[in-house]
Design a protein around this ligand. Structure first.
Ligand code: SF4
Ligand code: SF4
Length: 111
């Protein structure tokens, strides 16, 4: 199996469970969680492998802030999506490639 080149963090409380990211992901590495979020929807989550960091899911998502894409392998490797604690401890050096707080980075990454 090809090594993951990126990973995705989904904010389950921003996600509306529409599934657009799941459908759009080329290597099919997103899924809707079986559990309900506080919003009462099944939020998207990263399956933990195969992400290329392409950013397609970010551009498909209608909810600002729901998806953040990193162009590095997941810091924990076992990586469950949306694991906020793990992501927080991954360190400030790790900049998201695609995030609603980093539109500049997103555009720079696509040129
Ligand atoms: S960045 Fe690309 S490969 Fe990774 S989850 Fe999003 S659509 Fe899939
Ligand atoms: S596209 Fe956005 S709102 Fe829809 S399921 Fe994916 S993360 Fe959630």
């Amino acid at each position: 199996m090809a090594e993951a080149r990126g990973y995705v963090a989904v904010d389950a409380e921003e996600c509306k469970g529409c599934g657009l990211c799941v459908e759009s992901c080329p290597p099919k590495c997103l899924e809707l969680a079986p559990e309900l979020s506080h919003q009462g929807v099944h939020p998207a989550r990263y399956v933990g492998e195969r992400c290329t960091g392409c950013g397609i899911c970010f551009y498909c998502c209608p909810e600002p802030g729901a998806i953040t894409v990193y162009k590095t392998p997941h810091p924990a490797k076992t990586g469950l999506a949306g694991d906020a604690e793990k992501l927080k401890v991954s360190g400030p050096a790790e900049q998201p490639a695609f995030s609603s707080a980093g539109e500049e980075a997103a555009h720079a990454a696509t040129v």
